[in-house]
Design a protein around this ligand. Structure first.
Ligand code: AMP
Length: 216
């Protein structure tokens, strides 16, 4: 089943997507990860989007739709795709519908992860990941068991995102409310929307998401 995880930055979309990849053999398609990879490898597109991402603005629909099209036409996902951070605008949502039709697939359900803004600030400013295996951590909510070493792979190479600061978070939240939140109504009208409480514990959120998928 193909699903969209919809929610503001810090709602836990990436964390829950990783869990679904492990438990349901799904493939995570995160446009944020794809754009960060393009920046890291120094492609022309990566250079073009760097300043936009650091400021917390949205990159153009054309770029992200192109990235998703490339993945959908070249990747097989036995358990389905998880769209994480895409679509973020109505134009992207329309494009996703067309692309899924083109590859003979459909959208199973859209899961809105509800969280309040106050929780997002501390979630975002405290988060970091292991640069070697991608395991996610948080300064207070989930520090590594042994300081400085990844619980999962033992690596010492922790990273924080350049845009995980209060200033760009404000811009990212504005972009979410202005451009992305209309998708809640868009998918509700299509009968595809389900909502979960994103403030519950990680395990409870996972259970709500798999429950929503099983009901879809
Ligand atoms: P994320 O990792 O999903 O928080 O995305 C990080 C940044 O990448 C965003 O703040 C945007 O600048 C850009 N980005 C990621 N996905 C999209 C998208 N679907 N549309 C526009 N910009 C995006």
């Amino acid at each position: 089943m193909n699903i969209i995880l919809l929610g503001p930055p810090g709602a836990g979309k990436g964390t829950q997507a990783h869990r679904l990849v492990a438990s349901r053999q799904m493939v995570q398609l995160s446009t944020g990860d794809m754009l960060r990879a393009a920046r890291k490898s120094g492609t022309e597109m990566g250079k073009k989007v760097a300043a936009i991402m650091d400021a917390g603005e949205l990159v153009t629909d054309e770029i992200v739709i192109g990235l998703i099209e490339e993945q959908l036409t070249t990747t097989t996902a036995p358990g389905g795709f998880i769209f994480d951070g895409f679509p973020r605008t109505l134009a992207q949502a329309d494009a996703l519908g067309d692309l899924l039709d083109k590859v003979g697939q459909s959208l199973g359900t859209v899961i809105e992860m509800r969280v309040d803004d106050d929780a997002l600030v501390s979630r975002i400013t405290g988060r970091f990941t292991c640069g070697d295996c991608g395991e996610g951590y948080h300064d207070t909510a989930k520090p590594p068991a042994r300081e400085g070493a990844c619980d999962n792979c033992g690596g010492h190479n922790f990273k924080r995102r350049a845009d995980d600061n209060e200033e760009s978070l404000k811009v990212r939240l504005m972009a979410y409310y202005r451009e992305t939140s209309p998708l809640i109504g868009y998918y509700y009208a299509k009968g595809k929307l389900q909502s979960v409480d994103g403030l519950a514990s990680m395990d409870e959120v996972s259970a709500s998401i798999t429950g929503a998928m099983d009901r879809a």
